[in-house]
Design a protein around this ligand. Structure first.
Ligand SMILES: [Zn+2]
Length: 263
C-alpha cells in the first residue's frame, strides 16, 4: 500500500481509490467536461429554400431535387437521426441532451415543392422535417395550401411560424407584432390543430428586442441563421446552416462540423 502526502485511501475488495480533500470537486469537473464532450453544444439545423426538378441554378436558395435526395441519403447512411424543434429546445436548455448524430431539416417560405418533393424524400428515409410557414403565401400559386400544411403535420412533420409576410422583425412597429406573430400563429393552429411554438425569423434577422417580444408572445424557441448565439434566451437564437444547392453531401457535413462543432 502506498501513500501520498495529503491523500488518504478508501479501500474495498479489489481496488484502492485515492481520495483527496479536493477530489470530489475534481471528479465533478472531470465528469462535467466528459458530459459536455460527449454531447454537442449545438445540434446541426439545416435550412433549405427552393427546390427545382429540371431547370434552375443551384445556390444558397436553390437546390435540385436530386442533390437534395443525395444530402438526405448521405445523412441516413451516416446514421444521423432527424430531430424536431422541441428536441433542439430541450438540448439547448440542457433539459434533455441529444446523443449521437442528429440533424434537423428545415424548409422556409411555404413552397409547394416542400410538400411535393421534400416531405416525401424525408419520409423515404424515415425522416421528418420542420416547415416554417409565412401565412400570406398559403394557397397562392407554387405555394402550399392549408390542406397540404395540415397533411404535413398529420404525417409527423413540424409546422413552424415564419411570420405573416416575411418582414424584418427588428424593424417593425409596435403595432405590427400582432399581425406578424399572433394572428398567423393562430391561423396555423387552426389549420393544423396543433400548438405552434416555434419561429424562424425572416432573413434570420433578430436581436434582443425581437427575442424578448416573441418570447413574451408565447413562442418557445426561435431559429435564426449564422449570427452568434446569445447567452440570455439562447433558445431564441438557435443557429441554422443555409445549405447551398452546389454542395456535395461531404461538403455539407464539413460545413455542419465547422458551424456546429464535432459529432
Ligand atoms: Zn424566409
Amino acid at each position: 500500500m502506498y501513500k501520498y502526502a495529503n491523500e488518504s485511501f478508501f479501500m474495498n475488495k479489489n481496488t484502492i481509490i485515492p481520495y483527496h480533500k479536493n477530489g470530489i470537486l475534481i471528479l465533478a469537473l472531470v465528469l462535467l467536461s466528459i458530459s459536455f464532450g460527449c454531447s454537442q453544444s449545438q445540434i446541426p439545423v439545416l435550412c433549405y429554400h427552393n427546390i427545382y426538378k429540371i431547370s434552375g441554378t443551384p445556390g444558397p436558395l436553390y437546390i435540385n431535387e436530386k442533390t437534395l435526395e443525395k444530402h438526405i441519403q448521405f445523412m441516413s447512411e451516416k446514421g444521423y437521426k432527424s430531430v424536431m424543434p422541441e428536441d433542439i429546445l430541450n438540448h439547448t436548455l440542457r433539459i434533455k441532451l441529444l446523443e449521437g448524430k442528429n440533424v434537423m431539416f428545415s424548409f422556409d417560405d411555404t413552397r409547394l415543392m416542400h410538400y411535393t418533393v421534400a416531405a416525401p424524400l424525408l419520409e423515404k428515409y424515415g425522416y421528418r422535417g420542420t416547415f416554417f410557414i409565412m401565412t400570406v403565401a398559403i394557397g397562392k400559386k407554387n405555394y402550399m395550401t392549408k390542406k397540404m400544411i395540415r397533411g404535413l403535420a398529420d404525417r409527423g412533420h413540424s409546422i413552424g411560424l415564419h411570420t405573416y409576410d416575411h418582414q424584418d422583425l427588428r424593424k417593425i412597429s409596435a403595432g405590427e407584432w400582432k399581425n406578424q406573430i399572433d394572428r398567423p400563429r393562430q391561423m396555423l393552429e387552426d389549420i393544423t390543430g396543433y400548438n405552434i411554438c416555434y419561429l424562424a425569423y425572416p432573413y434570420g434577422a433578430c436581436n434582443k428586442k425581437t427575442a424578448g417580444e416573441v418570447r413574451k408572445r408565447g413562442i418557445s424557441a426561435s431559429f435564426q441563421l449564422a449570427s452568434p448565439m446569445q447567452q440570455t434566451w439562447s433558445e431564441h437564437f438557435i443557429r441554422r446552416l443555409m445549405v447551398s444547392g452546389t454542395w456535395s453531401p461531404q461538403r455539407l457535413e464539413n460545413e455542419m462540423m465547422a458551424m456546429f462543432g464535432k459529432k
